[in-house]
Design a protein around this ligand. Structure first.
Ligand code: ADP
Length: 394
């Protein structure tokens, strides 16, 4: 088979991240980022074959940014034509109730992504810009949307539905959509392959700045912690995670805060940032090591929430065979992993401290052979997952 590649695009409000991927070999051939779109000082970084090119120039809009990226591919390589680009895969955060898998982008798909802008107000408009300029500049190849919500589209009704008035919920499309699905699907799939078993009961802990946990049985998601929006669930870098919705009524009535102010507070000024002043877990640990009690308490809140979800999902699945850590904190924070696993010893979890402390970029099993649950650290690769899903539609 001749080599084929997919250009994966993650278009944000002021940035475009991209990667050219060979989905069959699982290799990244080039990657880069356009930053500070619309700002007075922009920059474009392109990496290929060990060479890094940085252009500092204003990038007025997404169209200009992507055109510059395409120019860099021709100038610095690899040439997209020679690399046999067969599709462009776009990451889309919120697909609403329409998409349970990747979708070939046409005007109808664009309209559906637009329809769910209210539930992805930060992300979907930015994705639409990326899709629009992508279809214009790379008109000869199919464009595919890969949704963060798709893996959770078929959650059992009991997991997807809130205890909210049915008429209101259905009229306004209020249900649990989940997020990070591409990562949860990729990671659980890789664990199945590693362990050579299709029937696993798995818990995937995607712990990045945004964080979510899923329960996966035999490759199918049966629970996930993010809900209508990515606000629900775990304590995150800047998000509260689970909180009694009555806190909203209370802040509105007693503190006189507006809905937008509360939205900002819950999504950006809470979580580790709101508890400690630091959003980045490395900085939180620095505070802990310097004797900061608030930071220690915040870590305890973080671990406690994780522990509750692991317990709940083990109950939902009637057991658990494999628990996997991924994303920035999951892949790098040995202390979080050790503290959580220590508190899972009641399940028969045993970890090898040396393996847990080792710094590697490969998947690594950190449980001992005696452990009743296989604990793995596995780097997520959402770009590769998007590339692979994109070619399934060709
Ligand atoms: P996202 O994709 O959600 O922005 P990532 O998965 O890249 O996030 O994770 C970023 C977060 O990972 C950082 O904010 C930081 O808290 C955490 N992180 C990265 N490296 C380490 C590390 N060595 N130790 C602890 N936390 C880390």
């Amino acid at each position: 088979m001749t080599t084929r590649t997919v250009l994966v695009i993650n278009s944000g409000s002021s940035s475009i991240k991209y990667q050219l991927i060979d989905p069959d070999a699982g290799e990244s051939l080039a990657s880069g980022i356009v930053e500070r779109i619309g700002d007075v000082t922009g920059s474009i970084t392109h990496k290929h074959a060990g060479e890094k090119t940085v252009i500092d120039e204003p990038v007025p809009d997404h169209g200009f940014g992507l055109a510059e990226v395409l120019r860099l591919f021709e100038e610095k390589g690899p040439s997209l034509t020679e690399a046999n680009i067969v599709a462009v895969g776009h990451r889309v955060v919120q697909g609403g109730h329409y998409f349970s898998g990747p979708a070939l982008i046409d005007d109808d798909v664009v309209a559906r992504i637009e329809e769910f802008v209210p539930l992805g107000p930060l992300h979907n408009p930015a994705h639409l810009k990326g899709i629009e300029v992508g279809r214009e500049l790379l008109a000869d190849v199919p464009h595919v949307a890969v949704f963060d919500t798709a893996f959770f589209q078929d959650l059992p009704e009991e997991a997807a539905r809130y205890g909210l008035n049915r008429k209101v919920a259905d009229t306004y499309s209020i249900r649990r959509y989940g997020a990070h699905g591409t990562s949860h699907q990729f990671v659980s799939g890789e664990i199945s392959k590693r362990l050579g078993r299709e029937d696993l009961k798995q818990i995937v802990l995607h712990l990045g700045n945004g964080a979510s946990v899923s329960a996966v049985v035999g490759g199918r998601a049966v629970e996930t912690s993010m809900g209508l929006t990515p606000l629900e669930g775990l304590v995150m870098g800047g998000r509260t995670g689970d909180i009694d919705p009555a806190a909203v009524f209370h802040l509105s009535r007693v503190a006189g805060m507006s809905i937008d102010e509360i939205d900002h507070l819950f999504n950006r000024e809470s979580g580790m940032k709101g508890l400690t002043g630091q959003q980045d877990m490395r900085e939180v640990w620095r505070l802990v090591d310097a004797g900061d009690q608030n930071a220690r308490d915040a870590i305890d809140v973080y671990i406690h929430r994780l522990l509750k979800y692991v317990g709940a999902y083990t109950a939902v699945m009637g057991g658990v065979d494999a628990i996997t850590f991924t994303a920035g904190i999951g892949e790098n924070d040995a202390r979080v992993r050790a503290e959580l696993c220590r508190r899972l010893s009641y399940l028969g979890v045993r970890i090898d401290a040396a393996a847990n402390d080792a710094r590697v970029s490969e998947p690594i099993t950190i449980s001992t052979p005696e452990s009743s649950v296989v604990i793995t650290v596995l780097p997520t690769n959402e770009e590769l997952a998007i590339a692979r899903q994109s070619v399934t539609l060709l």
